[in-house]
Every structure is written in structure tokens, then in C-alpha cells.
Design a protein around this ligand. Structure first.
Ligand SMILES: Cc1cc2nc3c(=O)[nH]c(=O)nc-3n(C[C@H](O)[C@H](O)[C@H](O)COP(=O)(O)OP(=O)(O)OC[C@H]3O[C@@H](n4cnc5c(N)ncnc54)[C@H](O)[C@@H]3O)c2cc1C
Length: 386
């Protein structure tokens, strides 16, 4: 057993740290979040130095590295700024589905644009009536000659309205029972006639990212935009979650670490009752609890990423990592606010923003309860059969 990062991985961490030091700015972050604006310049610079799509092969302008290197980038970005970090980390959301299932032509056309931060991508799975339960969908795709015609609507779509393309999960066989046996995924460009988006409105956190409803009205895509095999879309998305949930775990881990760093610095400076707050034993115990949880979240997140890179797909471990890291992020950020007292409640001190950003990691890509269902299902040998 080896718990040491490789030389390359340590260099990547340092490169991201240096990048954040040079590009991230607290006041800029506050302003971007206030305006609900995407951090375009930072995203572009991150793309220029190769921090996006590090797990894409080099032929698509990636770094040819793995999930492990990808999550080290995500962790470090979110540690430095939870909101900017999440926006950059999710800029290529669901592009892995294109990487794993797309034709060479589509991959060559779109993946370099994602990796070089010239294009955002989105994954459109959730519908107004189908959130946790994706086993049947109202969005349909019907074959019409050498095209597919998509109708329906998705909601809560990250990068919705800004994305160059959407990876859309559709019901292709409405008669399939159970419904998930008749789903397929499609790449749909954002400018296809009939595709419209509407912002979902004000949200608690991750405010630099757009979140939108996406409506499809007779949207036609060429047959070549079907990714992988027809009617296998549900399983493709489940496999994608094995990768993407580790990335969310890393987002949560970085957010927790970032809040902890700020709380630690504060309690070493702030004095009450003639002593540094860090000198109170209760504060020391809080730090001990926070650091322990973060360390555990890191161990399981790294293990899940490492496993993925070894080709050992283990949904139970992935769900454990996502669930544990997300809970850790919420709890650590909560405690960080408490340790800063009234200042912790103020926007300027950042930890309240980290707290608001942390919560989404317990909701998207499967809620905490859904992760528990996956873990329990795996323990009891209950999985959805093809
Ligand atoms: C900001 C934001 C960004 C998002 N980005 C995307 C995106 O890019 N793409 C995308 O496709 N989706 C996205 N989502 C959607 C997200 O994945 C869903 O919100 C999530 O899966 C839960 O679905 P729901 O909101 O419909 O809640 P519901 O499924 O209605 O769940 C409500 C509650 O019931 C619980 N519950 C449901 N079923 C069970 C069960 N079987 N056992 C126990 N408890 C259960 C849930 O855990 C939850 O607590 C995003 C959501 C948000 C808020």
C-alpha cells in the first residue's frame, strides 16, 4: 500500500496553487458572486495552462492523465475559492460522456474546445418530474430518417444557457419496461433550433454558475449525435457518475479544506478574554475534529479516484466518497463560521460563501439519500439489471 502522491501529482498541486495565488482575488470573487457572473477570464487562463480536461487524452488537448490528477486540480481550485473553483471544475461537465461514447469526429470537434476553455459543456439528466428517479423520462428522442427529434424539458442544468453542447438523456423507447432500458444519450449543440433555456432563478450557492431549464421543441440532431449504443444511455450515465461523483467529492473536500484554512488562520489571530481563541481547548477540539474529517474525506476520495484509474469501478466506494466528503464540507464550513463568530456570518470573511457552496455537493449528482441507497444496494446485492 502506498499513500504517497507521485512527483507529477505533487507538481500538479503546486501548479494549481501557484495559479490560484496569481489569478484568484477575494474582492473579485465577491463581485462575481454578487453579479452571478461566470469567472470567464480565470476559466480561460486555467484552460491555457492545461488545468481543464487533464484526464482527456493529449490528442484532444488534455494532459493524458487520470481521474486522480483531475481531482487534485478540483480540490486545489475549490480550496482556494469554493465558487470560482466549482465554476472552473464543472466547466466541462459531462464531456466525459462524449469522450467515452462519442464518434471520433465529434470528439475531435468538441473536446479540444472544452480543454482549452473555449466552450462550456452541460449534462442534462434531471427533469421537473424526474430528479432522483431517472428510471423513466418524459424527454423523448424519436428517429426520423437520418436524424433524431428531441422533445421535452430538463431542469437545474449547470452551464445551461452558456454551454456549447449538452449531453442529453432521452427516452428512445417509450415502451421499454422498466423505462431505463429504453434510454439513450445525445450530443445537442446549444444553438440547435428549438432548444431554449431559462435561468432557474436565485440560488443559495455556486452563484457563478448558470443553472437553467432547457426545453427541446422538435430539436433535430443528426443520427451521429447518438453517443454509444441506442437504449444504453441510462447505464452510460450511471457509469459516468462513478467518475463525476469523485469530482464532486473533490469539490467538497477542497471547500472543506478552504474553510478550515481560513478558520485556523483566524483563531490564531483573534483574541478574547486576553487570549488567542486558538488557546481555548474547545477551539482546539474543533480544529482536531475538522482536520480528522477532512483527512478521512481525502483518503476515501483519493481511493475512489485511484480505483477508477485502475479500472476498478466500484459505485459503492464512489458513493461513500461523495456522501462523506459532502457531509464533511457542510459540517466543516458550519464550524468555520462558528469559529469566526459574527465575522463568519459576514460575506467579506468568505466562510459563509464556502458554507453556501458546500451544500450543493450533498444534492447534485445524487443526493445524500441516493448515495446511501447505492451503498446499501451494493451491500445487499441489489442493482438495476440490464
Ligand atoms: C444548483 C443545481 C445544479 C444542478 N445541476 C445539474 C446538472 O447539471 N444536470 C442535471 O441533470 N441535474 C442537475 N441538478 C439536479 C440534481 O441532480 C437534482 O436536484 C437531484 O438529483 C435531486 O433531484 P430533485 O431535486 O428532483 O429531488 P427529488 O428527487 O424530488 O428528492 C427530494 C428529496 O427526496 C429524497 N428522495 C428521493 N428519492 C428517494 C429515495 N428513493 N429514498 C430516499 N430518499 C429519496 C431526496 O434525497 C431528497 O432529499 C442540479 C441541481 C441543482 C440544485
Amino acid at each position: 500500500m502506498e499513500f504517497q502522491l507521485t512527483k507529477t501529482q505533487i507538481e500538479i498541486q503546486k501548479a494549481v496553487r501557484d495559479f490560484c495565488k496569481g489569478e484568484f482575488d477575494k474582492d473579485l470573487a465577491l463581485e462575481l458572486e454578487r453579479q452571478h457572473a461566470f469567472p470567464t477570464k480565470i476559466w480561460q487562463k486555467a484552460g491555457e495552462i492545461g488545468l481543464i480536461g487533464v484526464h482527456f487524452p493529449e490528442q484532444y488537448e488534455g494532459q493524458g492523465l487520470g481521474c486522480m490528477e483531475c481531482i487534485l486540480v478540483v480540490e486545489e481550485l475549490c480550496r482556494n475559492d469554493s465558487t470560482i473553483g466549482a465554476a472552473v471544475a464543472l466547466s466541462g461537465f459531462a464531456s466525459e460522456l462524449l469522450l467515452h461514447h462519442g464518434s471520433e469526429e465529434l470528439k475531435e470537434k468538441y473536446l479540444p474546445q472544452v480543454a482549452e476553455a473555449r466552450m462550456l459543456s452541460a449534462g442534462a439528466f434531471t427533469e421537473p418530474d424526474h430528479g432522483s428517479d431517472l428510471t423513466y423520462l418524459n424527454t423523448t428522442a424519436a428517429r426520423d430518417g437520418d436524424h433524431w427529434v428531441i422533445n421535452g424539458g430538463k431542469t437545474f442544468i449547470t452551464n445551461g444557457g452558456l454551454a456549447g453542447f449538452y449531453i442529453v438523456l432521452c427516452q428512445t423507447d417509450p415502451d421499454a419496461r422498466p423505462g431505463y432500458r429504453g434510454m439513450s444519450i445525445f450530443l445537442v449543440e446549444g444553438d440547435r433550433p428549438g432548444l431554449t433555456t431559462q435561468d432557474v432563478g436565485h440560488k443559495m450557492g455556486i452563484r457563478m454558475m448558470a443553472t437553467a431549464e432547457v426545453t427541446f421543441k422538435d430539436v433535430r440532431v443528426p443520427a451521429t449525435h447518438l453517443l454509444g449504443e441506442e437504449n444504453k444511455g441510462f447505464y452510460q450515465v450511471l457509469n459516468f457518475f462513478d467518475e463525476s461523483r469523485v469530482q464532486v467529492a473533490a469539490q467538497a473536500l477542497g471547500t472543506a479544506q478552504g474553510a478550515y484554512d481560513r478558520a485556523l488562520a483566524y483563531v490564531k489571530e483573534r483574541e478574547q478574554f486576553g487570549r488567542k481563541i486558538a488557546q481555548f481547548q474547545v477551539t482546539q477540539h474543533k480544529l482536531a475534529d475538522m482536520a480528522t474529517k477532512i483527512e478521512l474525506a481525502r483518503l476515501i476520495t483519493y481511493k475512489a479516484a485511484w480505483n477508477f484509474d485502475q479500472g476498478r469501478i466500484d459505485p459503492k466506494l464512489t458513493s461513500m466518497a461523495k456522501m462523506y466528503a459532502a457531509r464533511t464540507a457542510v459540517e466543516v464550513c458550519d464550524e468555520a463560521i462558528q469559529m469566526l463568530g459574527g465575522y463568519g456570518y459576514m460575506t467579506e470573511y468568505e466562510v459563509e460563501r464556502f458554507y453556501r457552496d458546500a451544500k450543493i455537493t450533498e444534492i447534485y449528482e445524487g443526493t445524500r439519500e441516493i448515495q446511501k441507497n447505492t451503498i446499501a444496494g451494493s451491500i445487499l446485492g441489489k442493482t438495476l439489471k440490464e
